[in-house]
Design a protein around this ligand. Structure first.
Ligand SMILES: *[C@@H]1O[C@H](CO)[C@@H](O)[C@H](O)[C@H]1NC(C)=O
Ligand SMILES: *[C@@H]1O[C@H](CO)[C@@H](O)[C@H](O)[C@H]1NC(C)=O
Ligand SMILES: *[C@@H]1O[C@H](CO)[C@@H](O)[C@H](O)[C@H]1NC(C)=O
Ligand SMILES: *[C@@H]1O[C@H](CO)[C@@H](O)[C@H](O)[C@H]1NC(C)=O
Ligand SMILES: *[C@@H]1O[C@H](CO)[C@@H](O)[C@H](O)[C@H]1NC(C)=O
Ligand SMILES: *[C@@H]1O[C@H](CO)[C@@H](O)[C@H](O)[C@H]1NC(C)=O
Length: 330
C-alpha cells in the first residue's frame, strides 16, 4: 500500500512528461546532391508543403513534397554554369554562381521576390529560370548584401534590406569586428517600379516583415541584437520601438496569413559556456509581446539558424550551415 501511494504521483508525472516529449518531433528534409545552406524559405499557399529556398551554390530550389522532392527553379547569376557551380559551397564561387538569400512569394501573381547577396534584388515568375534583376542600387549606392525580403500581399509592395553598404556576405567577420552599421531598409513600389531608401545606418539588418495593413515593418539588426518596429508613414518612416532583444536576430516571417504574429530566428547565450550561442525561434505579436520560444539546441547544437517559418502548424527551419530544412512539429 505504501509503495502504491508513492509511485502513483511518479507514474502520473512520467505520463505527463512523456506526453510533452512525444508531442515534439523533428525531421529533416534533405537537400539533393551536394546542395547546402538554405537561408530562407517561401511557401506556396494551398499546397502540401511546397516551398522555395536559396542555397550556397547559387540555385533557387523548389520543394514539391516528398514524392517529387527538389527541382531546380531559378538563379540570379547571369552566367551561372551548372557544371561549375552545382554543389559548391565555396564562398569564393559566390560572385560567379550567385547566392540567393531572402525570398518572399506574392501569392496572387505567384511572383517570387528574391535578394541575391551578389546580384541584388529581383523577381522570378511561376515558370522560374533566370531572376529578372529589378534593382542593384538605391540613391546611387549599390547593394553590397541584399538580404531579407517580404512582400505586402494586398499591394505587392516589397520591403527588403541591404545588410551593409560596405561588406559583402563573405566579409561577415570583418563587418562584425567593426560593428558595421551601414545597412539599409528599402521599399520597392510595384506601381512605379522604384526603390526608395526608408532607413539607413542599420546594424546589419538581416530580416524584414511587413504587417497586414502596411502600417509597420519589423526589422532585425543582427549585430545590434535587436528587432525594431518601424512605423510606415508614406516614405518617411518613424523611429521605432525595440520589440525584441535576443542576440543575432535574422529572418522574420509572419506566423500565418491574416495574423500579425511573427517568428524571428535568433539565438540565446548558452548559460554553461557563457559565450556560445544556441539557436532559437521566437514568436512575438505585433507589440513585441513574446508568445512562444522554441529551443532548437537539441537538433542544431551551436549552429545558428537563419529562419523559422510556420506553415500548416509546423515550423520549418533554415540554416546557412546545414544541408537540410528542419521540420519541427509540436
Ligand atoms: C558531391 O561532391 C563530390 C566531391 O566534389 C563529388 O564527387 C560528387 O559527385 C558530388 N555528388 C553529387 C550528387 O553531385
Ligand atoms: C557574363 O558573361 C558576359 C559575356 O561573356 C560578360 O560580358 C559579363 O561580364 C559576365 N557577367 C558576369 C556577372 O560575370
Ligand atoms: C548615417 O549614415 C550616413 C551615411 O550613409 C552618415 O552620413 C550619417 O552620419 C549617419 N548617421 C548617423 C546618425 O550615424
Ligand atoms: C550582441 O550579442 C553578442 C552575443 O552575445 C555579443 O557578443 C555582442 O557584443 C552583442 N552586440 C551588441 C551591440 O551588444
Ligand atoms: C554597434 O552598433 C549598434 C548600432 O549602431 C549600437 O547600438 C551598439 O552600441 C554598437 N555596439 C558596440 C559594441 O559598439
Ligand atoms: C500582444 O500581447 C499582449 C499580451 O497578451 C497584449 O497585451 C497586446 O495587446 C498584444 N498586442 C497585439 C497587437 O495584439
Amino acid at each position: 500500500m505504501g509503495t502504491k501511494t508513492i509511485t502513483a504521483p511518479f507514474v502520473l508525472l512520467y505520463c505527463l512528461l512523456s506526453a510533452v516529449v512525444s508531442a515534439i518531433s523533428f525531421s529533416k528534409i534533405q537537400l539533393p546532391g551536394n546542395a547546402s545552406g538554405p537561408e530562407a524559405l517561401a511557401f506556396e499557399l494551398g499546397t502540401d508543403q511546397h516551398f522555395f529556398t536559396g542555397i550556397a551554390d547559387g540555385r533557387i530550389l523548389k520543394y514539391q513534397g516528398p514524392s517529387v522532392g527538389f527541382i531546380d527553379f531559378g538563379f540570379a547569376a547571369p552566367n551561372r554554369s551548372k557544371s561549375v557551380c552545382d554543389g559548391t559551397s565555396l564562398a569564393n564561387m559566390n560572385p560567379t554562381c550567385g547566392r540567393p538569400v531572402g525570398m518572399a512569394l506574392h501569392h496572387k501573381t505567384k511572383r517570387l521576390y528574391v535578394c541575391d547577396a551578389f546580384f541584388g534584388f529581383g523577381v522570378l515568375g511561376p515558370e522560374g529560370g533566370p531572376v529578372t534583376i529589378l534593382s542593384t542600387t538605391a540613391d546611387g549606392e549599390p547593394y553590397r548584401f541584399c538580404n531579407g525580403v517580404d512582400v505586402h500581399q494586398p499591394t505587392e509592395n516589397v520591403y527588403f534590406t541591404d545588410a551593409s553598404a560596405v561588406y559583402d556576405i563573405r566579409q561577415f567577420k570583418t563587418a562584425a569586428s567593426v560593428n558595421d552599421s551601414t545597412g539599409r531598409l528599402l521599399k520597392y513600389d510595384v506601381e512605379n517600379k522604384r526603390v526608395t531608401v526608408l532607413l539607413r545606418n542599420l546594424s546589419y539588418p538581416g530580416g524584414v516583415a511587413v504587417d497586414e495593413e502596411e502600417k509597420f515593418v519589423l526589422v532585425s539588426e543582427f549585430f545590434g541584437n535587436r528587432t525594431r518596429k518601424i512605423q510606415l508613414r508614406g516614405n518617411k518612416p518613424q523611429e521605432s520601438d525595440i520589440v525584441n532583444s535576443w542576440p543575432m536576430p535574422d529572418n522574420i516571417k509572419k506566423a500565418r496569413p491574416g495574423v500579425d504574429d511573427f517568428w524571428i530566428a535568433a539565438a540565446r547565450i548558452d548559460r554553461r559556456t557563457r559565450s556560445s550561442l544556441l539557436p532559437i525561434g521566437e514568436r512575438i505579436n505585433a507589440s513585441g509581446h513574446l508568445v512562444k520560444t522554441v529551443n532548437l539546441k537539441q537538433w542544431y547544437g551551436n549552429i545558428l539558424v537563419s529562419e523559422v517559418q510556420e506553415f500548416d502548424r509546423k515550423l520549418y527551419i533554415a540554416s546557412q550551415f546545414v544541408d537540410f530544412v528542419g521540420v519541427y512539429e509540436h
